[in-house]
Design a protein around this ligand. Structure first.
Ligand SMILES: CC(=O)N[C@H]1[C@@H](OP(=O)(O)OP(=O)(O)OC[C@H]2O[C@@H](n3ccc(=O)[nH]c3=O)[C@H](O)[C@@H]2O)O[C@H](CO)[C@@H](O)[C@@H]1O
Length: 368
């Protein structure tokens, strides 16, 4: 019986692809044993068990770039994490270790490599994260979602697979009516705006929505608003002051299938997975890249769409003034929205999880 470790996390953009890979392995090989390794206190420690998998948490934390003195406990935790990663690998004895980016995948894949176990990484973005860059030299395979990744990774290891999407989104099985009912919105809603801030929420997008709630109500827009944990109370207070607006507000949307099906237009950060989902589901979108990510990679993600008429791009700096007025205008032009959604669909990379699992099969010598 084969055994697989999947490691990484921190944000939904790393965790959901990991779960999609695990589900695909399980569907094809129900006997394969899968163990996740994540970082204590991060989103994966909650999301992975909910998806039905066991997870071990490492005490690993990110570097503090502003105050180097605070990195002493970070270094201590790194050593503890390496020890626990080594023990976990010895105990579980995997046939392959898969890294999906995020802090936890570094010690796990390093220790796996030292033990002579094959490793594979999946990079979701057009600009790789630090962990994957560090690991690339000694991994067996690197599954990527964007072309031209040879500038970062050894060419012979790269396989262009796309980003794995959760099965409830890849094989969508719900209707718009069911979605409207799920969110308790009026059945006649014909201009539904879905606002997403990435898995953790986005302050600028939230502020932009909050300052235009009355405009949205006057334009007859129905709102599904995902705020992230830190903004939910403020958003609820603001909504209470505009009772004429039809709105579903939440910190996190569990049923993204319903959210996407309901939406006539999506406003979103330009995280790699949100983009992959928007393309796969052919959704018209206005993207507001986060300015706080490595090498401004969300702007690159967003431009890949906006250059092809597959999304509009509004910068974080102009969002407060332009974002909602532009969304209101766009919702009055359904034909243009449809064209935009179709252009996004052309950039989709379906069946990415299957392609990645094919690489796992090659490494493990499994035949499907
Ligand atoms: C601030 C930050 O570091 N962002 C990074 C993080 O994005 P982050 O995790 O925020 O965003 P992504 O767009 O990649 O993925 C979000 C995922 O969460 C899901 N979702 C989102 C909201 C919600 O309420 N419910 C829900 O299930 C989405 O369907 C999607 O699958 O990882 C991405 C992938 O490496 C990077 O491209 C981003 O730059």
């Amino acid at each position: 019986m084969k055994r697989v470790i999947i490691s990484g996390g921190g944000t939904g953009g790393h965790i959901f692809p990991a779960i999609a890979i695990a589900d695909t392995i399980k569907r094809k090989y129900p006997d394969v044993q899968i163990l996740f390794v994540g970082a204590e206190g991060r989103m994966e420690m909650d999301r992975v068990p909910r998806a039905g998998y066991e997870i071990v948490g490492l005490p690993i934390k990110g570097l503090n770039r502003k105050n180097p003195l605070k990195n002493i406990p970070v270094a201590v935790n790194l050593v503890k994490s390496l020890i626990l990663a080594k023990r976990t690998i010895k105990r579980f004895n995997p046939d392959i270790a898969i890294g999906v980016g995020g802090y936890a995948s570094a010690p796990v894949l390093k220790e796996a490599q030292k033990a002579g176990i094959p490793t594979l990484i999946q990079e979701q973005n057009s600009y790789p994260g630090v962990t994957n860059k560090l690991l690339a030299k000694h991994v067996n395979k690197i599954c990527v979602a964007y072309p031209d990744m040879e500038q970062f990774f050894p060419k012979e290891k790269i396989i262009l697979t796309g980003n794995p999407i959760r099965k409830d989104l890849e094989h969508m099985n719900v209707t718009k009516e069911e979605a409207i009912y799920h969110f308790r919105l009026p059945s006649q809603s014909d201009k539904i705006l879905l606002v997403l801030g990435g898995s953790l929420g986005a302050r600028t997008i939230n502020e932009s929505v909050k300052s235009h709630l009355i405009d949205l109500a006057e334009a007859g827009v129905t709102l599904i608003w995902q705020t992230g944990k830190s903004y939910i109370d403020e958003a609820r207070d603001a909504i209470d002051r505009v009772p004429q607006l039809h709105c579903h507000v939440t910190d996190f949307i569990e049923r993204m299938d319903y959210a996407y099906v309901a939406a006539d237009l999506v406003i979103s950060r330009a995280g790699a997975l949100s983009i992959s989902e928007i393309c796969l589901l052919r959704k018209p979108a206005i993207l507001v890249p986060s300015p706080n990510v490595a090498e401004d990679h969300q702007t690159k993600n967003a431009k890949a769409l906006s250059m092809r008429g597959a999304a509009d791009l509004i910068t974080d700096a102009e969002a407060n003034e332009k974002l909602i007025p532009e969304a209101i205008e766009a919702l009055d032009r359904p034909k243009q929205l449809e064209d935009m959604g179709n252009a996004a669909g052309k950039l989709a990379t379906p069946n990415a999880a299957e392609h990645i699992v094919r690489q796992v099969e090659i490494v493990l010598g499994l035949n499907s």
